[in-house]
Design a protein. Structure first.
Length: 545
């Protein structure tokens, strides 16, 4: 009876289909995308054509690379923009807009712009464009500053196609940070960078000019977004595979619409309105499969997370007290939260480390497997915090992963005596509030990605959100060590353990679990997704369309 009665209510409201899943055999978690690719025999010339219809659970609110905070932003964004270099699905660095060289001592990084790379406006990319784009990313991204910018001694442009960075010390994570698909370091014309200024954001559609295989077509805010094939794009044989391989824009266009409701996404998929969607009604997975769709479960590191607003703007909040944050952690019953998402066991892991289990960095320093749950300890921490009955504002988006975490988690907090005002916002409104430096909230729910290759690639768990977030001497010291040691080395892993210990001590956020995302495709869609990021170059419709 000590388990929460309200959890039972939440389970009833959300109509969890656990019993149904137990009878299914479709949820194996294997990579169906690779099986579909391997079995398809469509001729190269037959792959071109058609409109790929995608669905998002919220609208794209920015296509500026320095605002690549959400799936709705960066997924269309990295079809428009490319970086100087690109990581493949395994984390290896390959050329992209630029070839690159790093000196033997690691103190010189040279980018050589590939000849005749075109912007969407027809201009040819040169060294000044690349240098300006990198400089803009260094202003906006803490990870870029830590992993690269802090090491730069000088920047030289000896000719129109070459940029040379001289470093004060080795920057072993620089190229990896620059080449991450979600990185803010994307190449755009220098004249656009100059127009924006050091703190400006791209707001005019005409200024969204990149070098990618697709360019912006029509963007109706909050309704739809269309990307069209960039006919002057030339696929580049870098030697890489997956996201670092040649990019072929087989589809004429990518058309993205918004359906925040799971039932609307499900019925839209069944009616042929979409060729791809996620977040469908859980107990209708088999219905979609029977109707001809195919499904891939993508364990991409996305983790519903409780984050505290520790910015200076929120200095008077009780969440600034570490004992209050410890009380929140201790009252969180992770297994009860997991049940509220309505997913079968194949779809989740209870794991609070900020890197996936497969990573060399994974450790057990942070609370795992529900061993943090202790109501008496939670009440003791709450008393030690000096909490005196003030209302704590918790904001979340109306989408499934945000709300299904926030509702029961906020009720767990109420169960130990905390007054909580849970405010549910439309997705676009919530995202704007999240990045607002003057945002007025204490706790929020996020769906954050775990960095696959190195924890220093995370702009969420390591850097935090744009409102200022977590300041700590232990955090800063650990990040400096992480940024100055070779990825995967014993020294780097030890530095990450120090970072995790700081998180365990100071509780700036709480990862509830990691889940796999069921991705549904129309029968005639052949996906080329390799790795955890969804991209649509090299995907196509087969002969059955």
């Amino acid at each position: 009876m000590k388990r929460y009665l309200f959890i039972l209510l939440v389970l009833a409201i959300m109509s969890l289909p656990a019993a149904v899943y137990a009878q299914k055999t479709v949820l194996t978690g294997e990579d169906m995308a690779s099986k579909v690719r391997a079995s398809d025999k469509t001729a190269e010339e037959a792959k071109y054509g058609g409109m790929m219809k995608l669905n998002f659970n919220g609208p794209t609110n920015s296509l500026d690379p320095v605002q690549f905070y959400t799936n709705q932003n960066y997924t269309p964004g990295y079809h428009i923009f490319e970086g100087p270099v690109q990581l493949d699905a395994g984390g290896k660095i390959w050329p992209c807009v630029c070839e690159y060289e790093q000196s033997e001592d690691g103190l010189t990084i040279t980018f050589k712009v590939r000849p005749n790379v075109k912007f969407h406006n027809g201009d040819t990319v040169n060294a000044n464009d690349v240098a300006a784009s990198i400089e803009r990313s260094l202003i906006w991204s803490e990870m870029m500053r830590i992993n690269f910018g802090a090491n730069i001694e000088s920047t030289e442009i000896p000719d129109d196609m070459t940029i040379v960075y001289k470093l004060k010390t080795r920057a072993p994570l620089a190229l990896m940070t620059i080449g991450d698909m979600k990185s803010s370091c994307k190449i755009m014309p220098k004249k656009i960078v100059d127009k924006m200024g050091s703190k400006g954001i791209i707001t005019e559609d005409a200024d969204l000019i990149g070098t990618g295989p697709y360019k912006l077509g029509t963007w109706v805010r909050d309704v739809s977004l269309e990307l069209v094939r960039f006919d002057d794009y030339v696929p580049y044989e870098s030697g890489g595979t997956g996201p670092a391989g040649p990019k072929k824009a087989y589809f004429d266009s990518l058309y993205m619409t918004v359906a925040p409701d799971a039932m609307a996404r499900t019925t839209g998929m069944m009616a042929g309105e979409y060729d791809y969607t996620t977040g469908v009604v859980s107990d209708m997975h088999q219905t979609l499969l029977d109707a001809g769709s195919w499904m891939d479960i993508n364990f991409n590191g996305w983790s519903p997370t409780v984050m505290f607003n520790l910015s200076k703007n929120n200095a008077d909040s009780i969440v600034q007290n570490v004992n209050f944050r410890r009380a929140v952690l201790a009252c969180m019953d992770m297994f009860a939260l997991r049940a509220c998402f309505g997913r079968p066991p194949e779809f989740y892991r209870v794991d609070s480390c900020i890197v996936p289990i497969s990573s060399a960095y994974h450790n057990n320093i942070l609370p795992h497997d529900n061993n943090n749950y202790d109501l008496e300890k939670a009440k003791a921490y709450l008393a030690a915090s000096g909490y005196n009955g003030e209302t704590v504002t918790w904001i979340c988006a109306e989408s499934d992963s945000y709300y299904k975490l926030s509702l029961p988690a906020s009720q767990m907090l109420q169960a130990i005596g905390v007054k909580v005002d849970l405010q549910v916002h439309e997705v676009a409104t919530y995202e704007q509030e999240y990045i607002n430096p003057n945002a007025d909230f204490d706790i929020c729910a996020r769906e954050n990605p775990k960095p696959i290759f190195n924890p220093m690639l995370s702009n969420r768990y390591v850097s935090g959100n744009v409102t200022g977030w977590w300041e700590s001497e232990a955090r800063t010291a650990a990040l400096r060590k992480l940024a100055s040691t070779e990825s995967g080395s014993a020294e780097s892993i030890a530095a990450f353990e120090e970072f995790c210990q700081a998180v365990a001590d100071e509780v700036p956020y709480i990862i509830s679990l990691e889940f796999g995302t069921p991705c549904f495709y129309s029968a005639h869609t052949v996906s080329d997704k390799q790795g955890v990021n969804a991209y649509w170059w090299n995907s196509y419709f087969n002969d059955n369309k």
